[in-house]
Design a protein around this ligand. Structure first.
Ligand code: NA7
Length: 536
């Protein structure tokens, strides 16, 4: 217990990713004693861990940066419309350097337990290796997609080749050229990594459980001229993004699809298909997201594109989703993904008909035989929203364990606090908007609100602040209620925890809009922090 001698911090922030970095900067500016603890070796969170080949933004680069630093906005040029992981990591390192963030960050500090000491109104922050820090308040900036999900397949330890989860990719280059590679998983990540590995592997076997409605990314370099135009628009861009549903550039088309003749509709879909990024998802006729008939027609259009792009009609059929409607799961963006299956060295295997029974020393075994691999890439995603918190032993009042409280689904007040867990705040977790959607856009106002609140609490010497159980109940019921009306409720998705076997189905995200969410935070603040119980 080396840390027990140090005086308590006002705030310990868990996580030095996109959210935690900004939180640190703001709390430091407010004069608070603050420490960040981070399991990784450096800043950047998602972009520190997800170094797999092909890791890239699906949001336009310039929409996915901090809005607060005008100097940096003026000098940072984005090289591509959709930045790759190396460029993003350079950017977040630049922010850390410029603001000297690292002096308040303890790296390699993996939080194992968080225990609330009711007598002293202090949180004990226990590191895996035994170090303990103390803080009046703890802010979890642990991310919504950071706890790795592994398929439940036995024998990984017997495999004699190299294996990596995409979300914990090594810093050293992984040799894939001329190798036999197996990829498990075809979500947004799998689709990116498959398209890159297919180009270099001697043989690539893709194990797919469910196909996804992937759409072309259409990335390209940004010229100096374009960058200048984009930059000139920054003062309008950031406020505009704050008014959108999830911080993305593309807003739903107010036109109802059926008000347009079918031919015109299809021509419009063709036109949309040529546009970059989420224009084809977020920018389509609004009723595609809500009306099943409109949705199915658009899906049929996209299925036609897949059939056009994949040579073998049987493979094409396997790549067309039939189990879920377009947009009811996270829509991946792709670059030559479908064409990858036209390569002679790439093979698609359905886990539905040919499940992996076990890993073997030489590869994987299926009912159809053994498939050899030099490298196995596990692209099976994350225990979303609650995973990063539930994997820490978080003990509140009377030793209550957070993951037990959340056994049948999360309960929060505005996604930021949980009753019986005083002085503990969540910036990106279940039932809040922080860290979801376009992550920097969705978290920045939450982080700013948090900085106001934390400064106010310290200034007013509030020893204990906790969500009012009634406010928590109301919020949670409301979140579950609005989610149940969405077409998303019809899909198997990580947003409902469906990817984690044995987990009771519960809506984990927040299905309202960004401005609406921020307004609710501000309303509470303006009403003297309504919904929170404060003890001086
Ligand atoms: P996702 O979107 O959760 O995708 C994971 C993929 O792995 C998906 O194809 C899953 O199939 C598959 N999967 C998950 N568990 C298993 C098991 N047990 N066996 C076989 N296949 C499995 O994660 P990503 O990393 O791609 O993307 C996550 C987010 O990160 C994404 O939204 C981006 O914003 C960035 P399923 O569809 O569940 O049948």
């Amino acid at each position: 217990a080396t840390g027990s001698a140090t005086a308590p911090y006002d705030v310990v922030i868990v996580g030095a990713g996109v959210t935690g970095m900004y939180q640190l900067l703001l709390l430091r500016r407010r004069g608070l004693r603050v420490r960040v603890v981070e399991g990784g070796g450096d800043v950047g969170g998602t972009w520190y861990w997800n170094r797999y080949p092909g890791a890239r933004l699906d949001s336009e680069s310039f929409t996915y940066q901090y809005a607060f630093d005008e100097e940096l906005l003026a000098e940072w040029d984005w090289a591509e419309m959709f930045a790759g992981q190396p460029e993003l990591l350079r950017y977040f390192n630049r922010v850390a350097d410029k603001h000297d963030l690292r002096r308040d960050i303890q790296f390699g500090f993996t939080v194992q337990r968080l225990v609330f000491d009711e007598e002293r109104n202090l949180w004990e922050v226990h590191e895996r290796g035994g170090e303990i820090l103390h803080a009046t308040y703890v802010i979890a900036a642990t991310g919504v997609l950071s706890a790795l999900n592994f398929p439940d397949i036995p024998g990984l330890e017997t495999f004699e080749g190299e294996w990596h989860h995409t979300g914990a990719w090594p810093h050293e280059e992984v040799a894939l050229e001329g190798k036999k590679v197996v990829v498990i998983g075809t979500g947004a990540t799998g689709i990116q990594v498959i398209s890159e590995v297919g180009k270099v592997a001697e043989h690539l076997t893709v194990f797919q459980r469910t196909p996804n409605w992937a759409i072309p990314l259409r990335n390209r370099p940004l010229s100096a001229q374009e960058m200048a135009e984009i930059r000139a628009d920054y003062p309008a861009l950031f406020p505009r993004l704050q008014r959108t549903f999830s911080g993305f550039m593309h807003e739903a088309d107010p036109t109802t699809s059926t008000s347009v003749p079918r031919e015109e509709r299809l021509a419009h879909y063709e036109d949309l298909y040529q546009r970059p990024g989420f224009a084809k998802w977020q920018g389509v006729y609004h009723d595609v997201a809500t009306d099943e008939t409109a949705n199915r027609e658009y899906g049929e259009f996209l299925a036609g594109k897949i059939r056009d792009r994949v040579d073998d009609p049987e493979v094409a059929a396997q790549l067309i989703p039939t189990d879920h409607l377009f947009g009811t799961k996270r829509v991946p963006c792709e670059t030559n993904y479908f064409e990858t299956y036209n390569r002679p060295n790439v093979e698609l295997v359905s886990l539905k008909t040919s499940p992996i029974l076990e890993y073997t020393p030489r590869g994987v075994r299926t009912p159809d035989g053994e498939i050899e691999a030099d490298v196995i890439i596990i692209a099976t995603g994350f225990e979303a929203f609650t995973g990063a918190l539930n994997r820490i032993e978080i003990r509140g009042v009377d030793g209550l364990l957070l993951r037990e409280k959340w056994e049948y689904g999360p309960l929060t007040y505005m996604g930021v606090q949980v009753a019986d867990f005083p002085n503990f705040f969540i910036m990106g977790g279940p039932h809040g908007k922080g860290g979801h959607g376009n992550s920097p856009r969705c978290s920045e106002k939450v982080v700013e609100w948090m900085a106001d609140f934390a400064a106010w609490l310290v200034e007013h010497d509030v020893r204990r602040v906790e969500a009012d159980p009634r406010a928590e109940k109301e919020w949670s019921e409301w979140v579950y209620e609005i989610a149940s009306h969405s077409l998303m409720a019809t899909a198997n998705t990580y947003v409902y925890g469906d990817n984690i076997p044995g987990r009771p189905r519960a809506y984990l995200a927040y299905s309202g809009s960004l401005p609406d969410f921020v307004q609710k935070l501000h309303d509470s603040r303006d009403a003297g922090w309504s919904g929170f119980v404060l003890t001086r």
